[in-house]
Design a binder for this molecule. Sequence first.
Ligand SMILES: [Zn+2]
Length: 121
Amino acid sequence: MTEDSWRSPTPTERALVERWAREWNTATGDDVAIHSRLQVRRSCSCGCPTFSARPLAVNPDLAKERPLRVEGTALRSDGTVAAGLIVFALDDNALDFEVYSLDEKPVALEDVTFVYIDDPA
Ligand SMILES: [Zn+2]
């Protein structure tokens, strides 16, 4: 698989990362900050919006689990569930935001709202 090169995030990607970081910090007591020069790159070639983002320095003691324990569910504007989000810690201060569709249609990040859950049962 060829990987895309790093680039600036779209406003939607940045908002998703910022929102995730808020939820993560609240849930774990971590202090993840979003760098002004945040970079992202598409990390899956199947057509889904899954992407990696860096730099995102997660406290390694809090990030031992893979995936990290704050996950998101993506809702369409009509409230139906479209997709899920799992965040994985990568090496080199990067996180992978894996967006998996719940039906055949790929999800556009712009079309959904992520609702975060802590400690999914
Ligand atoms: Zn994919």
